[in-house]
Design a protein around this ligand. Structure first.
Ligand SMILES: Nc1ncnc2c1ncn2[C@@H]1O[C@H](COP(=O)(O)OP(=O)(O)OP(=O)(O)O)[C@@H](O)[C@H]1O
Length: 249
């Protein structure tokens, strides 16, 4: 995995954040969701964001996706990279599954007839062709998340941002969604992956790099093997080590 990351390091970064902060609320007493975050994401990386509730993972993803603006500092991202974001709870409309996927394409300029055909191809990609005419809101949580994956895939993003994509799913549905994430971020057309997760097993399975946040700050940014390697984390990043130990008990 590290070889793959190494190979693409020479390419232009997908994201470059320098000294980025995001504050909410009144200037006099702001909520500091992110403080002075500097990081670069290279194409092909699979970055996991971990840390306790409220440490800033969602805000960081939203910032990278243009859903939040930096209060200070800078985000540089090449608009040529197409990106899509998935949330813990998929936002599907009260329409057929096929129409939900087609709508995403239509909103980006694809004619409706073509969008419906492409939607079927996307459904086939996630193994849900038989659900095309069902009302999307009546599906199980796992099926809805796979429909959301199909909707994202249909846009052919090179960058996929995921905010706790399996947190509300049962173990079986979790495995199915994880398998899709794994497929989307592997092979010659691998998407660059940035995902927030509280599931450290999932982080080990999917990530090449782990960023540990605490109170909006990046406290550790390591290759996955070093993050879970034990002694290095314990000695150099004690807060992250305590977090990992706490999550694994
Ligand atoms: N729109 C907002 N307005 C005000 N405060 C916000 C807003 N969004 C996030 N925050 C605050 O910013 C901090 C970081 O929140 P964020 O959702 O990014 O954390 P998180 O690590 O994703 O948490 P969780 O693991 O619970 O999802 C929290 O204190 C949160 O209350």
């Amino acid at each position: 995995m590290s070889g793959r990351v190494g190979e693409v390091r020479s390419l232009q970064p997908v994201f470059e954040l320098s000294g980025a902060s995001v504050h909410f609320g009144r200037a006099a007493s702001p909520v500091r969701a992110l403080s002075d975050v500097t990081m670069t994401v290279a194409p092909g990386e699979r970055v996991a964001l971990v840390g306790a509730n409220g440490c800033g993972k969602s805000t960081l993803l939203r910032l990278l996706h243009g859903l939040a603006l930096p209060t200070s500092g800078q985000l540089v991202s090449d608009p040529a990279w197409r990106q899509a974001m998935l949330f813990q709870k998929p936002h599907l409309m009260r329409l057929t599954v096929q129409a939900n996927i087609a709508l995403g394409l239509w909103l980006r300029g694809t004619p409706w007839g073509e969008a419906k055909v492409l939607a079927l191809a996307a459904l086939a990609r996630v193994g849900l062709t038989e659900l095309a005419q069902r009302n999307a809101r009546q599906l199980s949580g796992g099926q809805q998340q796979r429909v959301a994956m199909a909707r994202a895939w249909a846009l052919r993003p090179q960058v996929l941002l995921l905010d706790e994509p399996t947190a509300s799913l049962d173990p079986h549905a979790k495995r199915e969604v994880e398998a899709l994430i794994e497929e989307f971020s592997s092979g010659p057309d691998a998407m660059t992956l940035i995902f927030a997760s509280h599931n450290l097993g999932q982080v080990k399975r999917l990530a090449s790099r782990v960023i540990y946040l605490e109170h909006g700050r990046v406290l550790a940014d390591l290759p996955v093997a070093d993050f879970f390697g034990g002694s290095m984390l314990q000695q150099q990043y004690p807060a992250a080590h305590l977090f990992v130990k706490g999550e694994l008990v």
